[in-house]
Design a protein around this ligand. Structure first.
Ligand code: MSP
Length: 513
């Protein structure tokens, strides 16, 4: 079976990982894990974008070489992946020989086909954005928008990629294909293409920027960082080798809304078209996280450190929050009070409480193994019916990228399980001498355990560590394929349950964001 190939953007290696990076990797990981639970072979790529002016400047500031600089940054991003339990199969760095080789091969092929030509550029250049800017972008008072930082006028020979030649093709392609999810983002691309696009300057003279991949046909130039970076998606899976077709075309490039236009939705499809390579099947575009309503930015100093949160509350608490609070495609807000409310409400008092209640009772009354459910009352029937509904609903949500709604549905079920525990009150039934109560007592624990197992299996893409832990506490190995895991059954009967466990300890102090 051809693999399901999914990628994140590759992060700029000029700073530390932040919540935006954590969230994109988590979202991609949820999809990758969901697919694996569905029995689909997955290839999941993430990595680092290591060339360009910003890295060169940051290295200069530190008084070290750009290579040394990125070598120091790389472990931080790898640590983020490890901490958050990201199940990437590969981690690409654009300074790796495997990548540079493919970028140069792409450039040479495009040059040989006449898709790249030499021209002269006279214009305004933004160092911060690493791009040329046009008069159109000037503000009414003649200054440049703040996002561009310092803008200077330069004249230099450069190489251009014939982007404009493919504009009509791209418009037509978008007219006939669902390429961007959610749909309203594709409309933004179409809107962008209503104005004529220019050819893309894909070189930088070495006297201005040395830190890049040298053009194979002119050693005085390095490659524009976006032209280099986009190719990571193909270089990582063996472009120009026999292996390439095992993964390519990618199923999803998961990216933020800021890098859709023009990079991923215009440059990238046209680069591939010009090379004669199939396009990826889709771009999955997420919104941005804000912090209590404000844009997160280095200058404001309000960047959330995902590692600190994962250290304090556990990686799954962060993964849960990021998935529960983001409607993919829309922006979301990171508010620490909301985080704590979710942690305490859904995780500690919801899932965590269910686990400790169950294990407390089984530990005391059935240390030799979980009893079976021999009674089938209304409460049990209602729960089973709710599970059927939950399963159908959450599967549709996972498939439709509505992960926040999938979690909402699963937690309605978790709440119903806790309610069931209160209604059946096994702690009271345990004290009764009647045979009927004994049967109900056993049934209630078996029902709680099976319900917990199902909720856990359904949560596995989002909270993999917790779910494996709960499965072990239920006497099972890790959560397997969903075709075997999601039906109400009796497989827990006789299993020795683990010791009472607090999955989500209450934080002692109200932490600061
Ligand atoms: N290096 C480029 C991508 C090249 S892909 C061929 C880049 N890097 S980045 O580090 O600035 O951003 C990496 C990803 O993180 C992007 O998809 C971006 O949208 C995402 N995010 C950065 N800040 C974010 C938030 N505050 N919220 C959510 N995602 C955000 O762009």
């Amino acid at each position: 079976m051809k693999c399901f190939y999914i990628t994140t953007a590759i992060d700029y290696a000029n700073g530390s990982p932040h919540l935006g990076h954590a969230s994109e990797k988590t979202l991609t990981d949820v999809i990758a894990r969901y697919k694996r639970h569905m029995g689909v072979p997955v290839h999941f790529l993430t990595g680092l974008d290591e060339h360009g002016t910003k890295v060169q400047q940051s290295a200069e500031k530190k008084g070290i070489s750009p290579q040394q600089f990125v070598d120091e940054v790389e472990p931080l991003f790898r640590a983020l992946c490890a901490k958050l339990n990201i199940s990437n199969d590969d981690f690409i760095r654009t300074t790796q020989p495997r990548h540079k080789k493919v970028v140069q091969e792409c450039l040479q092929r495009l040059f040989d086909k006449g898709e790249i030509y030499k021209g002269e550029y006279k214009g305004y250049y933004s160092v911060r954005q690493e791009q040329f800017v046009t008069e159109k972008e000037r503000l009414p008072d003649g200054s440049w928008p703040e996002v561009y930082g310092a803008v200077t006028e330069i004249v230099e020979p450069n190489y251009y990629f014939r982007l404009s030649k493919y504009q009509d093709w791209l418009v037509d392609f978008l007219d006939h294909n669902d390429f961007v999810f959610p749909k309203f983002r594709q409309k933004q691309v179409v809107e962008f293409l209503k104005d004529p696009i220019n050819d893309l300057c894909i070189s930088r003279p070495k006297n201005r920027l040395e830190w890049g991949i040298e053009l194979p046909f002119d050693s005085n130039f390095v490659t524009y960082v976006w032209f280099d970076a986009l190719i990571n998606y193909t270089s990582a899976v063996g472009m120009f080798t026999d292996k390439f077709e095992e993964c390519w075309p990618a199923n999803w490039h998961v990216i933020g809304k800021d890098i859709l236009v023009p990079a991923h939705a215009v440059y990238w499809p046209i680069m591939l078209k010009a090379l004669g390579v199939p396009l990826p099947k889709g771009l999955l575009v997420h919104g941005w996280w804000h912090l209590s309503g404000q844009k997160m930015s280095k200058s404001v100093g309000n960047i959330v450190d995902p590692l600190a949160i994962a250290d304090q509350f556990g990686p799954d608490a962060l993964r849960y929050f990021l998935t529960r609070e983001m409607n993919v495609g829309q922006d979301a807000d990171f508010n620490f009070d909301v985080f704590l409310a979710r942690y305490n409400g859904d995780l500690a008092n919801g899932l965590g409480n269910l686990v400790s209640r169950l294990l407390n009772m089984t530990g005391k009354s059935f240390p030799e193994g979980l009893p079976g459910a021999s009674a089938d009352g209304n409460l049990e029937r209602d729960l089973k019916a709710l599970w059927e509904e939950t399963r159908t609903g959450m599967l549709a949500c996972y498939e439709g990228m509505a992960f926040h709604t999938a979690l909402e549905k699963i937690f309605v079920f978790v709440t119903a399980l806790n309610r069931y525990a209160e209604q059946r009150a096994p702690w009271k039934l345990a004290k009764s001498k009647s045979d009927d109560d004994r049967i109900l007592f056993e049934t209630s624990l078996a029902t709680m355990a099976e319900g917990l197992r199902l909720a856990t299996a359904a949560l596995a893409p989002v909270m993999p560590g917790t779910c494996d832990r709960v499965y072990k506490l239920l006497g099972l190995s890790e959560v397997g394929l969903w075709k075997d895991e999601l039906s109400w059954g009796t497989r827990l009967k006789g299993n020795v349950m683990g010791q009472k466990t607090i999955l989500f300890p209450k934080p002692e102090i109200k932490a600061e964001a």
